[in-house]
Design a protein. Structure first.
Length: 208
């Protein structure tokens, strides 16, 4: 399958961390519009972007022992991301790129797997935060499971704050059928932790 090299992150001098924290909100009401490739690239970089090759590769979110147990997958609906075909993609932090897994628009199936949360349908893309617990448990034994969840919390918060900067809406969805989501995203060793729809919010006042 094809690889998409993502554009480098574009920063804004109009938004600071304090503003983003104040404006962070859960959005479940999206316009049926696309998001840009630049916006998607920024969100993925915020979640797992590499910011330094020192200290065993430093990323935007802390990772216990630099074990990096998390993987981000992206389900793009038809005409959901400008210039990107529908399908499922895996984010590569090292290359800042997307690798296409399949060419299916799985949005409707994902709504079903998330117990009918139909606001997912209008999101331009749905990010899946998944984990390979063994990467961290090999080093920290059973305690490693806790560290994975802590890391996932950092990733979802980073993405939420980046969405504010971009004027996008998102929400952290944890109510879904694990096995159904694994099947939709064709996961093998990864376990799904959170789904994050991202799209154009209907209520623009949220970020005003």
């Amino acid at each position: 399958m094809d690889k998409i090299k993502l554009p480098a992150r574009k920063t804004s001098d109009k938004v600071n961390v304090g503003y983003a924290l104040q404006k962070r909100t859960s959005c479940r009401n999206y316009e049926n519009k696309s998001i840009s490739l630049q916006q998607l690239a920024n969100l993925l970089w915020a979640g797992q972007g590499v910011i330094s090759q020192s200290f065993n590769e430093r990323r935007t979110a802390p990772s216990a022992g630099a074990t990096f147990p998390l993987e981000i997958f992206v389900a793009v609906r038809k005409e959901g991301v400008d210039g990107v075909d529908q399908g499922i993609y895996q984010y590569s932090p090292q290359e800042h790129s997307l690798k296409q897994i399949n060419e299916k628009d799985v949005t409707t199936k994902l709504v079903g797997a998330c117990f009918g949360q139909d606001f997912i349908q209008n999101a331009g893309a749905n990010l899946l935060i998944s984990a390979d617990f063994e990467r961290t448990k090999e080093r920290y034994a059973s305690r490693g499971e806790r560290y994975v969840y802590m890391e996932a919390g950092s990733v979802t918060q980073n993405i939420s704050l980046e969405a504010v900067e971009l004027g996008l809406g998102t929400v952290i969805v944890g109510a879904f059928d694990d096995d159904a989501v694994k099947k939709i995203f064709e996961l093998e060793e990864w376990f799904p932790l959170a789904v994050m729809p991202v799209g154009q919010p209907k209520d623009k006042k949220l970020y005003a």
